[in-house]
Design a binder for this molecule. Structure first.
Ligand SMILES: [Zn+2]
Length: 125
C-alpha cells in the first residue's frame, strides 16, 4: 500500500494493511503542509532469533506506533516524535512495517531456555 504525500487528507482517515503476519492499522492525516501524523498499531507475530543460541522463536507483537511523516528534511529537535522523512513524495506502508519489524528483531532477545539458564547463572553469583 502506497499513498502520495500531497494527496493525504487533512481529516483523519482510517487505514488497514498488512505485511507477512503483521497487521498495521490506524489513522493518518496532514497536520501541516509538510507534516502528516500517523497513529497506528502493529499486531501480529514476528520471528526473532535468540542472541545466545540463534534459535528462532515467534513473538507476539502488539505495539502502539505513532509517528510523523515529512516530505522534506525536518529540523525539529524539540520534538520527541519519530519523524520519517520521505525521499520522494510516496509513503510506502510496507516499507514502514518492514523497518519497524526489523527494529524489533534487532533488539536483544533471549529464548526461554537461555533466559532460564541466565537466571540460574545470576542466582549462583
Ligand atoms: Zn537461546
Amino acid at each position: 500500500m502506497k499513498i502520495e504525500f500531497r494527496k493525504l487528507p487533512t481529516v483523519k482517515k482510517d487505514f488497514s494493511t498488512s505485511l507477512l503476519s503483521v497487521k498495521f492499522e490506524g489513522t493518518f492525516c496532514k497536520i501541516s503542509s509538510t507534516l502528516a501524523k500517523f497513529e497506528t498499531t502493529l499486531r501480529g507475530t514476528i520471528e526473532c532469533a535468540c542472541c545466545r543460541c540463534s534459535e528462532t522463536d515467534t513473538l507476539d507483537l502488539d505495539e502502539t506506533f505513532d509517528f510523523l511523516v515529512s516530505d522534506r528534511v525536518h529540523k525539529n529537535e524539540e520534538s520527541e516524535d519519530l519523524i520519517i522523512e520521505l525521499n520522494n513524495d510516496i509513503i510506502d506502508f510496507d516499507e514502514i512495517i518492514q523497518s519497524e519489524v526489523a527494529s524489533f528483531q534487532s533488539e536483544y532477545y533471549l529464548c526461554d531456555t537461555c533466559k532460564e539458564n541466565n537466571e540460574d547463572f545470576e542466582k549462583e553469583f
